[in-house]
Design a protein around this ligand. Structure first.
Ligand code: ADP
Ligand code: AMP
Length: 215
């Protein structure tokens, strides 16, 4: 199964990608996670990317396309993958198309999660990530352990720097301007499926799985 999860920041792409990864045994390819790893490693690419990420903008296409092209060539992607947070611009989508042609692969589906803006802000401000295992949760909707630690490994939960309200507003704007046009792009190719992302995590998961059964 080769899937793209599309949707604004906070729509639930990472949450649903992790669930799909378990179900189909295919890797989740999150460009956000890959870029944050580069930031933490303080690689030249990470140092450059951090400036854009902190401001809520997009990292240049050439950088992101390069890391995805490399990642898709790895063996574990042969049986499928879930792209989470990529593509985010039309040039990224065009490049992905070419990379998949080169690899003799085709997308099965592009799932677009629909969530209204107020809910997105609430989800992002309450999002926490485990500093040890990297799993995400939400203070209200997907709560941590009773002592406030990660319920999977007991690690410390931290808030992403870009999940503060000022940056969130900019990320929403960037999404509308640069990423939302991808809905039409994939609709025209007959690949787009819109899924209501406003329900509980498990209900959204069922809706995605139902959509994928038709692929
Ligand atoms: P994205 O990867 O699209 O930015 P996440 O998957 O990280 O979004 O979800 C953002 C936050 O919202 C997380 O804290 C997550 O626990 C929470 N969340 C995800 N899906 C839902 C949902 N259906 N209902 C309520 N909260 C959700
Ligand atoms: P995410 O974890 O998907 O919310 O991404 C966090 C940040 O990483 C974004 O706000 C961007 O700055 C950067 N980023 C992630 N994916 C991409 C992408 N495909 N293109 C450009 N920038 C990206």
């Amino acid at each position: 199964m080769k899937i793209i999860l599309l949707g604004p920041p906070g729509a639930g792409k990472g949450t649903q990608a992790a669930l799909l990864m378990g179900k189909y045994s295919i890797p989740q390819i999150s460009t956000g996670d890959m870029l944050r790893a580069a930031v933490q490693a303080q690689s030249p690419m990470g140092i450059e990317a951090k400036k854009h990420m902190d401001a809520g903008g997009l990292v240049p296409d050439s950088v992101v396309i390069g890391i995805v092209r490399e990642r898709l060539q790895e063996d574990d992607c042969r049986g499928g993958f879930i792209l989470d947070g990529f593509p985010r611009t039309l040039p990224q989508a065009d490049s992905l198309k070419q990379v998949l042609v080169d690899l003799d692969q085709e997308l099965d589906s592009v799932i677009s999660l629909q969530v209204d803006t107020d809910a997105l802000v609430e989800r992002l401000t309450g999002r926490r990530t485990c500093a040890d295992c990297g799993k995400g949760c939400h203070l209200r909707f997907d709560p941590p352990a009773q002592d406030g630690s990660c319920r999977y490994c007991g690690g410390e939960l931290v808030q992403r720097d870009d999940d503060r309200e000022v940056t969130i507003r900019n990320r929403m704007k960037v999404y509308q301007e640069q990423t939302a046009p991808l809905e039409d792009y994939y609709r025209e190719q007959g690949l787009l499926v819109t899924v209501d992302g406003m329900s509980d995590i498990s209900v959204v998961q069922q809706a995605i799985q139902a959509a994928l059964q038709d692929c």
